[in-house]
Design a protein around this ligand. Sequence first.
Ligand code: FO1
Length: 309
Amino acid sequence: MKIVALAGGVGGAKLVDGLAGLLSPEDLTVVVNTGDDFEHVGLYICPDLDTICYTLAGIANPETGWGRINETWRTMEEMRRLGGPGWFKVGDQDLATHLERTRRMKEHQPLSQIVCEFCRTWKIEQSVLPMSDQIVRTVVKTDQGDLDFQQYFVQLECKPRVNGFIFSGIETAAPAPGVIRAIDESDAVVICPSNPWVSIGPILAVAGLRSKIETKHVFAVSPLIGGKAIKGPAAKMYLELGVQPTALAVAEHYKGLATGFILDNIDAQFLEEIRDLKMLPLLTDTLMKTSEDRRRLAHSVLNFIGSTL
Ligand code: FO1
């Protein structure tokens, strides 16, 4: 079965990892959010792409989910000593990724090509694609003004009250090479349990992507379990935007797009309302603490897809 997974960072990477353990590599394409990308201390940083790649390569930091395992921080520490910013933590090995990507970007290599070549080095056999080669920047509109995504997320620890989002550059962003073909050739699209507002939202906003995905069987996994996000500000964002943060709210988010919706056993109360949205629901254990959990959820999702196609 050929699957295209839409993913943001840590939550998305866990399900992608589970899917990668079950599917042949040529049957899995991951389309990754680049709205979180930013320039920092002269480096071009792509947090979600790196999180997905490090996870698939088995070199991700298991505690944070982002960054690398067995990391050292000597460059960063020395930079801070010299008066540099310390709010965004870049480890020594991670730094090499950003330095080499920045060098290639300056030579006008497309991001999709850079990712592809890095994947070869990291021995990742699945296809990992940025949503677009053009620059898109998520801006979070808050009570403290418009904030760059990483400033909101990391520097201000998601504390400002959110009232909207801007995906700056989205008007001129085209799907990266390979994205449309992968969707065309897929049997189903899986929307990973990533933040619907700022991880999946930018991907669906790229010209032509939502309408292309709408032609496929689409299965979304709720990132909210019992009204809470496992990581990140998704639940807080729903509340601040005037929506009760529930798995049902996530399903409503994907109304008209998802044909199947996977939610946690704890959220069984929403089954009927999800059916009313013309989505087939699957109740299962969606919490992914261990690698067995990742594989178990991926297995349930693939079985569910198989049973409905
Ligand atoms: N997240 C943090 O909360 N603090 C950090 O210092 C931090 C550094 C960092 C470095 C490289 C990278 O690829 C990701 C990093 N993240 C950090 C994660 C991150 O930016 C967010 O989790 C995502 O953008 C949200 O998907």
